[in-house]
Design a protein around this ligand. Structure first.
Ligand SMILES: [Zn+2]
Length: 111
């Protein structure tokens, strides 16, 4: 029974129900495998501390964004109609140097 419940939970938080480019998923721990176009919100109960996802440029680097008030830099996310937006923009200082924002489930590239 527990297995069925966790399967259903997985189903309803999974990306195939999402029509936008990126979807989000809440997990208690860092995922073993990062799926494409999935943004992971890592939280323990109500306590959310980091957002993780694969860099959208295709370089396969993992991006980690701090959500904790006490650390800087800090990001915030909003969810509206199941679409995730993340502020401020993400600018990678090394590697691919991607600069983008996540807006309502889509990546918008910055110059
Ligand atoms: Zn990249």
């Amino acid at each position: 029974m527990k297995k069925i419940l966790s399967f259903l939970k997985e189903l309803f938080t999974d990306c195939f129900l999402n029509k936008n480019d990126y979807c989000y998923k809440r997990l208690e721990n860092e995922p073993e495998f990062y799926k494409n176009k999935t943004i992971y919100i890592i939280s323990e109960e109500e306590f959310e501390w980091v957002i993780m996802f694969k860099c959208p440029c295709g370089c396969n680097e993992k991006i980690k964004l701090n959500l904790l008030e006490s650390s800087k830099p800090k990001w915030t996310y909003f969810i509206k109609d199941k679409n995730i937006s993340i502020f401020p923009s993400v600018e990678r200082v090394n590697g691919c140097k991607s600069h983008f924002i996540v807006n309502k489930g889509y990546i918008e590239w910055s110059e």
